[in-house]
Ligand binder design. Structure first.
Ligand code: HEC
Ligand code: HEC
Length: 433
């Protein structure tokens, strides 16, 4: 129901033909139930403004220098970085099950830029019954660590769907959060039908689960950095917080408040109440600059031309403009400040889900239709990575390109037929990002 109400504002920025297209795509997800945390595919939400820029559009600042992009003062960013880098202990509430002991323990490479990515991956599992994906008991995330061996999670038999997910970089994510949902919807509608990305809306935890256009995580499971921070604090580190007050189970067995629950909180408690670290993490992430480019050589310039010509840029979109400063986003919970609004970013991604034949079979917030879809990997910052694709199973970029099928099959064929020089140039271009 919510979605029909939202069509009105969509009309302000999209031509009528696109509105019709968006209405019909909504019908494709009959059965999606926002109340069940499964809002599925829909039209863009309304609160995100008209998209009209009265200010000049400028380039988003970039750099791996730990300096603020202007969202916060340097002192505030440094204090928030400290929270992001703090190792939590049992007394702080770590566990009962967890993956690592600080945000930076996974989000760091290069060393001197906190908040980027790394080779560290996570494990997810579940069961496909032929129609639906069903979460592993206790949720599809299988935590790799526990406070005690007796509560260590393991993949139980009957859960034949398994995948790894590599750590994503957070550099520039404040700009990504500041993209109007309608902009993402418009990118989807402008893609050729056979390659069209799926636009989903997911609950904004800090706005009472009102939905917003998704953009974060390999499955587009979140739309805001605060929602993701709360999720990461409980799921990566086992620290409950005001958005996620319930500890993870061990393979479905409740261990909250038991002998191996750090801080021994009771159900409904908040291990983050004193510090509100999730706000610090969010401030830090919103203050991060975009990844800087490497040297732009002749090969890099030629490579970008071939990349576009081969059709890679249909999904790996070169430039996206953030919403005008002053736009109210995140279902009312955040207003785009001047430091993040009216900015051009170059993520080389569309923040939409696609089926390129690599789908991991897991369903999170997008509904069953997204089982075999993955968000287009934004290629910015790729020069700092060694393992590619959601599972990290491709250890060269050429291998990653070779895995592109289905919606990306034509682009892969174009690349394969492009000749050695163009292929080398495309690789040079990608490593310059
Ligand atoms: C065990 C390693 C690990 C730890 C610890 C960790 N992360 Fe992550 N992070 C990941 C992985 C893996 C992903 C990709 C997850 C996915 O999409 O399935 C990710 C994704 C993210 C994203 C989405 C980025 C994007 O652009 O889509 C955000 C935001 C994030 N993490 C924030 C945090 C914060 C804040 C903390 C600390 C509370 C944290 N992470 C702790 C591994 C980790
Ligand atoms: C139809 C959309 C689409 C097209 C076209 C496309 N890609 Fe991708 N690309 C994706 C998706 C989706 C992923 C993530 C897949 C995964 O992780 O399973 C991806 C991942 C990648 C990665 C891995 C990045 C990382 O950080 O792990 C590279 C490199 C890449 N693409 C390059 C290319 C090149 C080069 C072309 C053109 C020959 C291309 N892509 C065309 C959708 C597309």
């Amino acid at each position: 129901m919510k979605m029909f109400r939202q069509i009105v504002t969509t009309m302000l920025i999209l031509p009528t033909s696109l509105i019709l297209a968006s209405c019909s795509s909504q019908n494709d997800v009959a059965g999606a139930d926002p109340a069940a945390g499964d809002p599925g595919v829909g039209v863009a939400i309304s609160e995100e403004g008209s998209g009209v820029h009265v200010n000049a559009i400028t380039e988003a600042p970039s750099g791996f220098d730990n300096l603020t992009n202007g969202f916060s003062t340097q002192a505030a960013m440094d204090a928030a970085r400290d929270s992001f880098e703090t190792t939590e202990s049992f007394a702080d509430g770590i566990g009962p099950v967890f993956n690592n002991t600080s945000c930076v323990s996974c989000h760091q490479n290069p060393f001197f830029q906190t908040g980027t990515g790394s080779q560290i991956s996570e494990l997810r599992a579940g069961h496909f019954d032929g129609v639906n994906f069903i979460d592993h008991p206790g949720g599809s995330l299988i935590n790799d660590r526990a406070n005690d061996r007796s509560i260590q999670e393991h993949i139980l038999s009957g859960n034949e769907v398994r995948t790894f997910r590599t750590t994503l970089s957070l550099a520039g994510d404040g700009f990504v959060e500041s993209i109007d949902s309608n902009t993402l919807l418009a990118i989807s509608l402008n893609q050729p039908a056979a390659q069209r990305g799926t636009f989903i809306q997911v609950p904004v935890l800090e706005a009472g689960n009102a939905v917003r256009g998704a953009r974060f995580g390999w499955k587009n499971q979140h739309s805001t950095l605060l929602s993701f921070a709360g999720d990461a604090y409980v799921n990566e580190m086992g620290i409950t917080n005001r958005l996620f007050p319930t500890e993870n189970t061990s393979n479905g067995t409740v261990v909250q408040g038991g002998a191996f629950d750090g801080n021994k909180v009771e159900p409904g408690s908040n291990e983050d109440a004193a510090d509100n670290d999730i706000d610090n993490f969010t401030l830090f992430m919103r203050s991060m600059k975009a990844p800087p480019r490497g040297p732009i050589t002749a090969a890099v310039t030629a490579g970008q031309a071939s990349f576009t010509q081969f059709g890679c840029a249909v999904c790996h979109v070169a430039t996206i403009t953030t919403a005008p400063a002053g736009t109210v986003i995140n279902a009312g919970a955040f207003t785009v400040p001047a430091a993040l609004g009216d900015k051009n970013i170059h993520p080389f991604g569309d923040f939409l889900l696609h089926d390129i034949g690599t789908g991991d079979g897991i369903v999170q917030n997008g509904g069953q239709g997204t089982r075999n879809q993955v968000r287009t990997a934004p290629l910015w910052g790729l020069g700092s990575r060694t393992r590619f694709m959601h599972d990290g199973a491709s250890v060269t970029v050429s291998d990653a390109i070779a895995r592109h099928g289905n919606q990306a099959a034509t682009a892969r064929t174009n690349f394969n037929n492009g000749g050695a020089t163009a292929q080398a140039n495309v690789l040079a271009f990608i490593f310059s990002l």
